[in-house]
Design a protein around this ligand. Structure first.
Ligand code: ADP
Length: 484
């Protein structure tokens, strides 16, 4: 791999691509990419090469407008003779990607075939591809790197020049440092984006590099400082939660003894009521401390799960009953079944559901019901908690799962809480190979759904029934449910 020092060509805003090897062009603006791409194809057509462009519809259309505008006759002839081949990136990708996995054999057939067509009559071939970019932008960085490898393998058997284009903003963030290096490593030439290549003199470029080096150093120092601060904060939260836990546990114990004694002594109702309220508040405090401790354990990888077979329907029924017993404002309505046994920590899975149920109640002060629906789709069991409350605007649907994130209203107020319940719930579910998501609109209530992989079916008549029998079981249930 080398960093290309692009020579400037007619167009002052584009880099010139060295016509050999496997090149990656980074870019900030589409305009800049199109300038470079036009130069790449224009030079290919002038040299009577076969040119393949596998790009989005918008990029192909813009490129063709430019090529046809500049040299209509040459472009028309190249098109007619297959010396210019344009393919849609998404559709081409779909031809060799099965269920989200790249199939190397299919790749060789599809892309190898296109290269052979463009290379007819002894033409040299140059190709530009955006399929890797699409994979990257889809969040599939592993797939993008695999596809770069497949291209490299193909280049070993048939010589052609290949160019890829990645928008620089797709690598924003420290988290991309390693994969960015991987992408560069997979190419023989790397062309920086226009903030560098549009500089004219060598002196300007050296200055730009020095400024970037200084910026990189400061950012590295800043990241290290933030990490250290976060670790100190984490240690403080951990220590404080541990220190708080002991007195709160003993407060709770004594309050319960007091409650029992007052009942035995037929104490006056108001005294009993006060002690009950104390007990409720101490329980809230204990839950908050427990949540903070959980966060600490999650961050330090110390959260241990005691896994066993869990009958999901039974766990949900029990948890709903317990939450209902402590709720006077809402009726919790449980519907459906999963007949699923899942592998998990029963207490932790219960904690996830308690969290969703208490949120559903807390965030629907004007409503009086919460619906819990159990269902099953093949090997996944689903629990959905639907409320009829304040709802959540789409812009917050991902953010609410972040640590300490709470949605604020137009006056900057939040409901009471620490904003960690959903983070803990999602992390716990991920540890159980499950998922948690939300569907909601502001003012229209929310549905939080989680799914878990089923290990086998729990049906009294069949014990550990196989997954195939489930449809039949569901039919039995529907009949049984409708029988008075
Ligand atoms: P907390 O409830 O302690 O603030 P969570 O992590 O449980 O923390 O929730 C994060 C944020 O998501 C809440 O502050 C709230 O804004 C929003 N939220 C969670 N559940 C609901 C719900 N059922 N309806 C509306 N908003 C919700």
């Amino acid at each position: 791999m080398s960093i290309t020092q692009p020579n400037r060509i007619n167009d002052s805003r584009s880099a010139q691509i060295d016509p050999s090897g496997h090149i990656v062009q980074f870019y900030d603006s589409d305009e800049y990419l199109l300038n470079t791409l036009t130069g790449f194809v224009r030079a290919g057509l002038a040299a009577h090469d076969g040119c393949i462009v596998i790009a989005t519809k918008a990029h192909r259309a813009a490129l063709e407008r430019r090529l046809a505008g500049e040299e209509p006759v040459r472009f028309a002839i190249a098109h007619a003779e297959d010396a210019y081949l344009a393919l849609d990136a998404r559709e081409t990708l779909a031809q060799f990607m099965v269920n989200g996995t790249l199939v190397p054999q299919r790749f060789r057939e599809v892309i190898g075939g296109a290269i052979a067509r463009a290379g007819r009559n002894g033409r040299s071939v140059r190709a530009y591809g955006e399929m890797v970019t699409l994979l990257w932008l889809d969040g599939n960085s592993t797939g993008a790197i695999q596809l770069e490898e497949l291209w490299n393998d193909l280049r070993e058997s048939s010589a052609f020049t290949l160019c890829c284009g990645y928008p620089m903003k797709a690598f924003e963030g420290e988290a991309y440092a390693a994969s960015f290096a991987e992408i560069c490593h997979r190419h023989t030439h790397v062309i920086p984006d226009e903030s560098y290549t549009s500089l004219v003199t060598a002196d300007e470029r050296l200055r730009a590099i020095s400024l970037l080096q200084q910026k990189a150093l400061s950012l590295e120092a800043e990241i290290a400082e933030r990490k250290a601060t976060e670790e100190r904060l984490q240690a403080l939260i951990n220590m404080a939660s541990h220190e708080l836990k002991t007195p709160v546990t003993s407060l709770k114990g004594f309050t319960q003894i007091l409650q029992r004694r007052l009942r035995q002594q037929d104490a006056d109702p108001q005294t009993l009521l006060f002690v009950e309220r104390m007990n409720t508040q101490i329980t809230r405090l204990a839950t908050l401390i427990g949540d903070l401790l959980d966060i600490s354990k999650m961050e330090t990888g110390m959260l241990a799960l005691a896994e066993s077979d869990v009958d999901l329907d039974e766990l949900v029924r029990e948890t709903v009953e317990n939450v209902q017993a402590a709720t006077t404002t809402h009726r919790l309505i449980l519907e459906g079944t999963t007949h699923a046994v899942v592998l998990g920590d029963r207490e932790r899975l219960g904690q996830v559901l308690i969290n969703l149920l208490t949120n559903a109640i807390k965030y629907s002060p004007e409503a009086d019901t919460v619906r819990i629906r159990l269902s099953r789709d093949g090997e996944r069991a689903e629990v959905a908690v639907r409320d009829f409350g304040i709802g959540i605007d789409a812009q917050y649907h991902e953010r609410i799962f972040e640590r300490f994130y709470q949605v604020t209203d137009q006056h900057g107020n939040t409901y009471p809480g620490l904003g960690i319940g959903l983070y803990i719930a999602r992390t716990l579910l991920e540890r159980h190979r499950g998922q948690l998501c939300v569907e909601s609109n502001k003012g229209a209530g929310s549905t939080f759904r989680f799914t878990l992989p089923v290990i086998h079916s729990a049906h009294p008549a069949l014990g550990g029934a196989s997954l195939d029998t489930l449809d039949t079981l569901d039919t039995f249930d529907k009949v049984a449910d409708s029988t008075p």
